[in-house]
Write a protein that binds this ligand. Structure first.
Ligand code: FAD
Length: 335
């Protein structure tokens, strides 16, 4: 393998029912930084069905080229079909870097592709830079339970592949006047090679959709709530703000709320415009999942709680007094 044969930064664009998921757009923004550092192109890879709108979106968000692979068999994500496409594309175009969102599907696809290509993969990254000496990507991820950050280089093989947590990077402002070369590749995967069949989508029992990664406002509750019924005030505040409900692991482990709501190192990484932490101390593992939020509001009765170290607005007080006042005031503003 001669690494000089490999160039350009690819971003795998995950779609859900034809819509581009945010993580791909976030990765295009950071992908641009990596591509520019090595004078390379930023290329979006879109696989699915009826992808014209998706191709326009990724162009607006900064792709120099878009490689589109369409087929009935790619309507929904499936491991065999998508792996086949990615591997065939890599063999033909030889990218230097592939960025994939660390979503459920991305965490399935990335390792499969890297194994087929006998190259390395850094999973669940929270930082991406170019190593100035070698030009390799410096992939940063938490290690040893989040107690230290490891920076990993994949120098001996190509492409360099990584899955990257959602919400770590911000999307750029879209520019719908941009144009990009759209390359359509005809790659089919015979149905007998696709071992899984999607027969339907079922929402988790008793749960409305929890889409923390794409939420613009999140209201999270922690152990300070004291008991499960008290999540009602968090849910009410979330409702008036049209926000999504998050939680610390302590609240999840206590069985007060489903793990789908957990924010943090072992939960979701989020990057909303506003994150409101109620009764959450701000342990490092929680901060790992929310500290890139644009505005952080913390409500905690302990003025020394570490959450105040990252908060833009801190309210030292009893959440059971503060949250009802907030709800009332927001209702007044909205009325
Ligand atoms: P606590 O730390 O107990 O804090 C409760 C806070 O509520 C306190 O600051 C207290 O002052 C305040 N409070 C109490 N009553 C009130 C009141 N009436 N009004 C206002 N404030 C009040 N944690 C996560 O959140 N997400 C993760 O993904 C995660 N992953 C982990 C992975 C590993 C490997 C490990 C070891 C730990 C992980 N943790 C994670 C756990 C983490 O270390 C903390 O234990 C957890 O975040 C604490 O949750 P908490 O802030 O709700 O509870």
């Amino acid at each position: 393998m001669d690494s000089k044969d490999y160039k350009n930064v690819w971003v795998f664009i995950e779609t859900a029912h034809g819509e581009v998921r945010n993580v791909g757009l976030e990765l295009l923004n950071q992908g641009r930084v990596l591509a520019d550092a090595n004078y390379e192109k930023l290329i979006a890879i879109v696989i699915g069905k009826q992808l014209d709108a998706a191709a326009k979106t990724v162009t607006a968000y900064g792709a120099d080229e878009v490689i589109v692979v369409e087929g009935e068999e790619y309507t929904d994500y499936n491991t065999d079909g998508y792996t086949n496409v990615m591997v065939r594309l890599v063999e033909k175009y030889k990218p230097s870097v592939i960025l994939i969102g660390a979503t459920n599907n991305g965490r399935d696809l990335g390792p499969r592709v890297s194994c087929r290509l006998a190259t390395g993969l850094t999973a669940d990254c929270t930082g991406l830079e170019i190593n100035e000496e070698t030009g390799d990507v410096a992939w940063t991820r938490p290690a040893f339970g989040g107690n230290l950050m490891a920076t990993i280089l994949c120098s001996a093989s190509r492409p360099q592949i990584g899955t990257v947590r959602t919400g770590v990077f911000k999307k750029t402002q879209p520019d719908f006047s941009r144009t990009a070369a759209i390359i359509r590749e005809e790659i089919r995967t015979p149905s007998e090679e696709i071992r899984t069949k999607i027969i339907g989508f079922i929402k988790a029992a008793g749960e409305t959709a929890v889409n923390l990664e794409e939420a613009e406002i999140i209201v999270s509750g922690g152990r300070g709530l004291g008991k499960p019924e008290n999540f009602a005030c968090i849910k009410e505040l979330a409702e008036v703000l049209e926000a999504t409900v998050g939680a610390s692991r302590a609240a999840v482990d206590a069985g007060w709320i489903s793990p789908l709501h957990q924010v943090g190192q072992t939960g979701k990484t989020v990057g909303p415009k506003i994150y409101i932490a109620c009764g959450i101390s701000g342990a490092i593992q929680h901060l790992a999942g929310m500290s890139s939020s644009d505005i952080i509001v913390a409500i905690n009765k302990d003025s020394d709680a570490p959450i105040f170290g990252v908060a833009d607005y801190g309210i030292v007080g009893d959440l059971f007094e503060v949250v009802p006042v907030l709800i009332e005031e927001i209702r007044k503003i909205k009325a």
